[in-house]
Ligand binder design. Sequence first.
Ligand code: SF4
Length: 235
Amino acid sequence: MDKTFKWHELSESFHIHDETKGAKDVLEWSFQKFHEEKIIYASSFGAEAIVLIDLISQVKPDASIVFLDTGLHFPETYEVIDRMEERFKDLKIERKLPELTLDEQREQYGSALWKREPNKCCEIRKVIPLREALMPMDAWISGLRREQSPTRANTDFFNEDKKFQNIKICPLIHWTWEEVWTYIRNRDLPYNRLHDQGYPSIGCFPCTQAVAAGGGSRAGRWSGTGKTECGLHTD
Ligand code: SF4
């Protein structure tokens, strides 16, 4: 990570009143700046991801994407990945597995670790595998939006990521939830069918619930536990 580069100033320099609120310009700059083997998109295949993949494919059709396959995703999530692979054939999508299978995790830590120690479970099934995928990279792309939660409200286009010792690029920070869906519909893109059943944010099935109308976009994640992030976006 270049410690002298003024990433915040760079973030401020992009125009945000164009059609993609700066997202496409940020992606074009990023894929020119970073070598193609040193930049990767870590995707959840949620609604923001569908937008981001479509934008990335316009800039870099054979970009690399990594999906953390915890083994605990909804069938609908695996289905939408298959549909996106079919639509964006040139993208390189890796399904990254944790070191421990679910059986091995149960043997070592007991059953349903996500109920007793969700941070430990996320560490094993998300943070460590993502660290393996991202540490060799100079930059990674994320679909964070500022309006998603207070913890994301100060996100820039370019962020020094101490956890993974590189740059986290967030092209969609200025997008609203409505704009995400307008884009998906206008482009007739595939999306996770659970979004139509009250799931705004979709993670592993043991930790994701539907949200009542008017609920926050991340209200269904680790509901009732006080946990709001899996640890990927906290230093
Ligand atoms: S979201 Fe839940 S099930 Fe998935 S890794 Fe984290 S604690 Fe485990």
